[in-house]
Write a protein that binds this ligand. Structure first.
Ligand SMILES: *[C@@H]1O[C@H](CO)[C@@H](O)[C@H](O)[C@H]1NC(C)=O
Ligand SMILES: *[C@@H]1O[C@H](CO)[C@@H](O)[C@H](O)[C@H]1NC(C)=O
Ligand SMILES: CC(=O)N[C@H]1CO[C@H](CO)[C@@H](O)[C@@H]1O
Length: 272
């Protein structure tokens, strides 16, 4: 995850309700959101002796933007994937407290592009289109464009394909597929859902931290390892081989924010 202003959302809202009934000695605390920040908060409170802690989570899972998913013999990261940079990067700092958590991941720079029908796109064509995409992304005009990145990119892309020499051998179908590829690549790199959601001039308004930009997690628990680390459950799991979901339930309950109170109750779990 890069440090983009958008990731302030990653700092989950915290709502505390001090119960007057129980008094200050045993306050009741409600944490909204079972993402990294919510789990870390609940853990700190619990360790500090504030044990009446409830985490409310709108989805059916913990982890927020981190979503490590088993796939075949390995895992797939459906959420955060890499640790970008080392200096001043809190993920790197947290992981570095334990040996061999992160490793340099191999990113192929000059990958071939294969269409979904299995046909490999000619390398020269890929290079030509990639160079165009890079020029559009880095163009000065982007900084003064008043609309979204998606609007800027698609407008400029179609215009350049028509006016620039050398694109006559690019079919409309291939051009459309390449545009989808550019969009998906940007979504992966900059973590926006849609390039129509981000302003063209603000797309790269984040600070890159120094160090390796493509560190990946070394273990089968992938990025979700950071959830264990922030909730100080890392040692616990390493020693007991406990199942990840049991550990998070050990705080108190992972409820469902939406829905009727009856449903909410039925999904309460208090495993200690
Ligand atoms: C937590 O606080 C609530 C509200 O004050 C109270 O009803 C409940 O009994 C408390 N639970 C524990 C385990 O102390
Ligand atoms: C981007 O444009 C908006 C207005 O369209 C402006 O408020 C903002 O400061 C610009 N950002 C940059 C980095 O130039
Ligand atoms: C209301 C609600 O979210 N119910 C869920 C409670 O948990 C069970 C088992 O995980 C789900 O199947 C329900 O949908």
């Amino acid at each position: 995850m890069k440090y983009h202003p958008k990731f302030r959302h990653f700092i989950v809202c915290l709502l505390t309700t001090i119960s007057l009934v129980n008094g200050a000695r045993n306050p009741r605390v409600v944490v909204i959101g079972a993402g990294a920040a919510g789990l870390a908060t609940a853990s700190r409170l619990y360790q500090g002796g504030i044990t009446n802690v409830t985490i409310l989570e709108a989805s059916q899972r913990v982890g927020g933007r981190i979503r490590t998913t088993p796939f075949g013999a390995g895992i797939v990261e459906l959420g955060a994937q890499w640790c970008h940079g080392e200096k001043g990067n809190v993920v790197y700092e947290l992981a570095s407290a334990y040996p061999d958590q992160l490793k340099a991941s191999i990113i192929v720079e000059d990958a071939s592009l294969i269409q979904s029908n299995g046909v490999r796109i000619d390398d020269e064509l890929v290079e030509k289109l990639s160079s165009l995409a890079e020029q559009i992304s880095e163009s000065e005009d982007r900084m003064s464009y008043a609309g979204s990145l998606g609007d800027f990119f698609t407008e400029t892309y179609w215009q350049r394909l028509q006016t620039d020499a050398g694109f006559s051998d690019v079919s409309h179908e291939l051009a459309e597929q390449f545009l989808v590829y550019c969009h998906n690549r940007g979504r992966g790199d900059s973590a926006y859902d849609s390039w129509y959601d981000v302003a063209a001039n603000e797309t790269d308004s984040y600070q890159e931290t120094e160090g390796n930009q493509a560190l990946a997690w070394n273990s089968r628990t992938g990025y979700s390892t950071i959830l264990d680390i922030v909730s100080v459950m890392y040692h616990y799991r390493a020693s007991s081989k406990g199942h990840i979901s049991n550990i998070y339930c050990s705080f108190q309950l992972i409820g469902k924010l939406r829905g009727s109170s009856k449903q909410h109750k039925s999904n309460k779990s208090t495993i200690k």
